[in-house]
Design a protein around this ligand. Structure first.
Ligand SMILES: Cc1ncc(COP(=O)(O)O)c(C=O)c1O
Length: 399
């Protein structure tokens, strides 16, 4: 890691991190056993294998990938994804875009609608300073605000039309409404239409590969038809971006799709593992690299013990429980903000002070709970990476 990068990361952590001799930065724990809990861990061997596997898949398929950085909010991870062959990264928020741009990551795509004028100004400013931040827009008013802000600063902004292809969340309806939006974009001198975004969130976690493929193909067909409609109407909208970890090898077979915005594959989580893969009930194309390290802090009852990880340490927005690595018999139950309890279906309960690692139920919101991620090679802390632009850190209303 370069000195400049270290300074940047140090500033982001709120304290200078002097260059270490090797492995963990000086002043940081050197081994997993040194970490205070709860702590967010990344198994580097597994993470690297996930990054490579996805990049290899798209290389062989002859298609691009621009992974979603909302999953990690971590410039170092983005840098590694780009080094492996990604076109850049996607972002969900303006602060994420600013953090990645400040870290020198190029090829940014903001996938969420941005309608607050001050946020729009910030994105225009990023582009004015030479960062490539493309935006997905899904409403006439959004286009108007962006088009006017771009004109005011004479800055050309690349846009994709955000299509609602079935998850009824953001975006304009495919077909004629999207064509109408393309025409409106064409009236703004400083907006450049580059293509379409079509994220099928309702397809990503469908259980069972064949069912998932059906749902995703039906959804993406609407996007491909719209792309063809735009082409027939004289719009050279080249990009068609969509997809997810659950459909990574489904969408890459669809003619017209040019790039995929996969996110969770780098970490994986319990929610994704249970959707099933092509060859089994557990989705194993990518392996869990992310976990939360906890300590058993209370053992007063014969039927349960308590660990120091509750809702402040493990996002529990999905119905699935955290899974203890190496102890499939342990059943985690939420016990408030700070704690979780463990019972066992077989085998002895852990003792006071024992440390356990949990595969997280849902990776994105769990990462958002932490300031840093400990990157481990085996039991050694190889690096410490800051997690930036966390929503919880945003208290001044400007974000
Ligand atoms: C717009 C958009 N694109 C891509 C993704 C990545 O999906 P996944 O983490 O399922 O790969 C998400 C995740 O929620 C998303 O909201």
């Amino acid at each position: 890691m370069s000195v400049n990068r270290r300074r940047f990361l140090g500033a982001a952590l709120g304290a200078a991190i002097p260059a270490g001799v090797s492995g963990a930065p000086a002043g940081q724990p050197r081994f997993k056993a040194d970490l205070f809990t709860p702590a967010l861990l990344l198994d580097l061997d597994v993470f690297e294998s996930n990054v490579k596997r996805m990049a290899d898949h798209y290389r062989q398929a002859g298609i691009g990938h621009r992974p979603h950085a909302k999953t990690h909010k971590c410039p170092e991870i983005a840098r590694r994804q780009v080094s492996a062959g990604a076109l850049g990264v996607c972002l969900a928020t303006v602060p994420e875009a600013e953090a990645m741009a400040a870290a020198g990551i190029r090829g940014l795509l903001l996938t969420s609608p941005i309608v607050e004028p001050r946020k729009i100004d910030r994105v225009v400013q990023l582009n004015r300073l030479g960062n490539e931040v493309m935006l997905a827009v899904g409403h006439a008013r959004e286009v108007q605000l962006l088009g006017e802000a771009a004109a005011t600063s004479s800055t050309t902004i690349d846009v994709l039309i955000d299509l609602d292809i079935g998850d009824r969340r953001t975006g304009i309806l495919p077909g004629p409404p999207a064509l109408e939006l393309a025409r409106q974009i064409g009236t703004y001198r400083f907006l450049r239409l580059r293509g379409l975004q079509a994220y099928a969130g309702h397809a990503s976690h469908v259980v069972g590969f064949d069912h998932r493929r059906k749902v995703s193909r039906e959804a993406m067909a609407r996007a491909v038809e719209t792309k063809e409609l735009l082409a027939r109407s004289g719009f050279a909208a080249v990009i068609l971006s969509g997809g997810s970890t659950g459909t990574y090898n489904i969408d890459s077979d669809i003619a017209g799709v040019t790039e995929l915005q996969v996110g969770s594959y780098i970490f994986m989580d319990v929610d994704y593992r249970r959707i099933g893969g092509q060859s089994g009930a557990v989705y194993t194309d990518f392996q869990p690299s992310l976990s939360v390290l906890t300590t058993v802090v209370s053992t007063s009852h014969a039927d349960r013990v308590t660990v120091d990880a509750g809702t402040k340490a493990l996002a529990t927005d999905v119905p699935h429980r955290p899974e203890a690595r190496g102890r499939p018999d342990l059943v985690y139950s939420r016990a408030g903000d700070e704690f979780g309890t463990l019972s066992s279906t077989a085998g002895p309960l852990p003792a006071l002070g024992d440390r356990l690692e949990f595969i997280v139920p849902h990776c994105d919101p769990t990462v958002n709970l932490y300031d840093r991620i400990y990157a481990l090679r085996g039991d050694r802390v190889e690096d410490v990476w800051p997690i930036l632009a966390r929503k919880e850190n945003v208290k001044d209303g400007s974000r």
